[in-house]
Design a protein around this ligand. Structure first.
Ligand SMILES: Nc1ncnc2c1ncn2[C@@H]1O[C@H](COP(=O)(O)OP(=O)(O)OP(=O)(O)O)[C@@H](O)[C@H]1O
Ligand SMILES: Nc1ncnc2c1ncn2[C@@H]1O[C@H](COP(=O)(O)OP(=O)(O)OP(=O)(O)O)[C@@H](O)[C@H]1O
Ligand SMILES: [Mg+2]
Ligand SMILES: [Mg+2]
Lengths: 261, 261
C-alpha cells in the first residue's frame, strides 16, 4: 500500500521542505519509488529536486483548480531514477482563492492521488506532500490526502509553542474529513548541540511524544542549506555530511515504522 | 505622522517576529511610543512582548472580524512603558475564513488603525505589524494598513528565491489597494559569517537593493532565540549581545530613514 505522508507544521522555517526532499531522496537511493508533491507556492521542493517549475509549467495548481490528472504532470527528478516530483509554480499562490467555491474543495487532492496511485505501475511506494507554513486550504488538502503526518520541529522556543495548535488542527481534520489520519512521526530539526535551548526543546519534545519522536535528530549543517542552490538534495550534493547521514537514518526509521502503523 | 510598518515576507522563519519585537523595543527605549500588532495566529510577537494572549483574550481577531476598536484592546507591554501590543490569540487562525464575505475585507485593519491613531494621545510614533508567513487576507490587511514595508531576508538560498514573488505581491497591493505603499527597508537576518552561503546571499541582496538594504546586518545569535522563552525581547533580556546591538543599530537607521521617506 502506498504511504502518503504530509510534512506539515504551520510554524515557518522549521525544515518541512528540507525534510521532505532529503527523506524522499534517501528512500529513492534504497530502491523505493518516491513522489514528492510540492504544495507550497514558493516551490522550494521543486527547486531542490531540480525540476522545472517556472511560470507556465503545469503542476499542483492544475490538479487542484483545473481537476487535471496527476500522472501526466509528474516530472522525473534528475536526482535519482526512483524519484519524481509534481512541481509548484507561482500560480499556486492563487489556488486557495480559486478553490473557495469548488465542491468538496478539501478532498480534491485526495481523490486525484487515489486515481494516480491506482493507475500507476510500477507502484509508487511513498508520496511526500510538502505543505506551506499555514493552515489554509492547501494544507487541509494535504492532510485529507495523507495516510499519516510527519511533523518536523525545529529545536527553538517558538517552534515548541506552536505544537499544541498543530495537534489541535490535525485532530480537527481527522474528525471532520480523514478518520485514518495520524501523526506517525515527529522529527527534531536544526539541532545545535552547543546551545542549551536546543537540548531543552529536544528533551521537552521527547518527553511529550516518546513514541512518535524519531530517534534520529537532524543537526544544524550548512551543507543542507547549500544544496538547493545547486538544484540538488543534500543526499546527492554531499551524502557524507552530518545532515545527510541523519536524514538517511531518519528515512530508514520512517520506512520501518510503516510495518507497524 | 505615525509610521505604520508592516514586517512581511511569505517565506517562513526568516525573522519577521524577531525583527518586529526587537526593533520596536529598541525604539521604545529611545523614548518613542511604539505599538506592535500581532497578526500571526501563532501569537509569537505577543509572547515575546510578555502580554496575555491565551484563548479568550481579545485582540486582532476582534478588530478584524467583529469590528472592535483597537484602543481598548491594546495592552501595555511589561518590557517598557512606551511599548504596547495588540495581541493575537488562537482564534485568529479562523479570521481569514470569517472575513471572506465582509465588505471591503482588505481595508478593515487600515480603517481601524486610522481611527486609533486619530484618537490616541499622546501620539503613537511607530506601529509595527507582524504578519504570518503567507500572502492571504491577514497579510493583505497588513499591507493595506501600512505606510511602508520592512522586509527581513534570511541569509539563506530559499529566502533569496522568494524575494521576487514578494516584490510582485507588494506591487499588486500597491496598485489595487494602497498607492502610497513602498518597501522602505530590507534587513539581512541570521547572518553567519562562517559560511560562504551567508556572505553570498548578503552580497546578492545588497547588489540588487543597494538603497533599501539597511547597513545593519543581524548576526545569528542564540540569545535572540532564547529571549522569547522568558517572555522578553532580546533588547531587555540581554541588551549587550551581538544580536541586540545589531537591532539597536537597525532601529536607529530605520528611524532616520523616516525623515526622507
Ligand atoms: N538542519 C539544517 N541545518 C541548517 N540549515 C537548515 C537545516 N534544515 C533546513 N535548513 C535551512 O533553513 C531554512 C528553512 O528550512 P526549510 O525551508 O526547509 O523550512 P520550511 O519549514 O520548509 O520553511 P517554510 O515554512 O517557508 O516552508 C532553509 O534555508 C534551509 O535550507
Ligand atoms: N538572528 C537570529 N539568530 C538566531 N536565531 C534567530 C535569529 N532571528 C530569529 N531567530 C530564531 O529563528 C526562528 C525564526 O525566527 P522568527 O520566528 O522570528 O521568524 P518568522 O519569520 O517570524 O517566522 P514565521 O514565518 O513562522 O512567522 C525563531 O526560533 C527565532 O527565535
Ligand atoms: Mg518549505
Ligand atoms: Mg513570526
Amino acid at each position: 500500500k502506498t504511504r502518503i505522508i504530509t510534512v506539515s507544521n504551520q510554524k515557518g522555517g522549521v525544515g518541512k521542505t528540507t525534510t521532505a526532499v532529503n527523506i524522499a531522496a534517501a528512500l529513492a537511493t534504497k530502491g523505493l519509488r518516491v513522489l514528492v508533491i510540492d504544495l507550497d507556492p514558493q516551490g522550494n521542493a521543486s527547486t531542490a529536486l531540480g525540476v522545472e517549475h517556472h511560470n507556465g509549467v503545469p503542476g499542483s495548481y492544475e490538479v487542484l483548480v483545473d481537476g487535471s490528472a496527476v500522472g501526466p504532470l509528474v516530472q522525473q527528478s534528475p536526482e535519482h531514477k526512483n524519484l519524481f516530483c509534481l512541481p509548484a509554480s507561482i500560480n499556486l499562490a492563487g489556488a486557495e482563492i480559486d478553490m473557495v467555491s469548488a465542491s468538496e474543495r478539501e478532498k480534491v487532492l485526495a481523490s486525484a492521488l487515489a486515481t494516480y496511485v491506482d493507475q500507476t505501475a510500477p507502484r509508487i511506494d511513498f508520496i511526500f506532500i510538502d505543505s506551506p507554513p499555514s493552515l489554509g486550504l492547501l494544507t487541509v488538502n494535504a492532510l485529507v490526502a495523507a495516510t499519516e503526518v510527519l511533523v518536523p520541529i525545529q529545536c527553538e522556543y517558538y517552534a515548541l509553542e506552536g505544537v499544541t495548535q498543530l495537534i489541535a488542527n490535525i485532530e480537527r481534520v481527522k474528525k471532520a474529513l480523514n478518520p485514518s489520519l495520524d501523526i506517525s512521526s515527529i522529527l527534531l530539526t536544526m539541532f545545535d548541540n552547543r546551545t542549551n535551548l536546543s537540548t531543552d526543546v529536544a528533551n521537552e519534545v521527547r518527553k511529550y511524544f516518546p513514541e512518535k519522536t524519531l530517534a534520529a535528530t537532524i543537526p544544524r549543517s550548512v551543507r543542507l542549506s547549500e544544496a538547493p542552490s545547486y538544484g540538488q538534495t543534500a543526499i546527492t550534493f554531499d551524502p557524507k555530511n552530518s545532515g545527510s547521514l541523519a536524514y538517511q537514518e531518519a528515512a530508514i526509521e520512517l520506512a520501518q515504522r510503516g510495518d507497524h502503523v
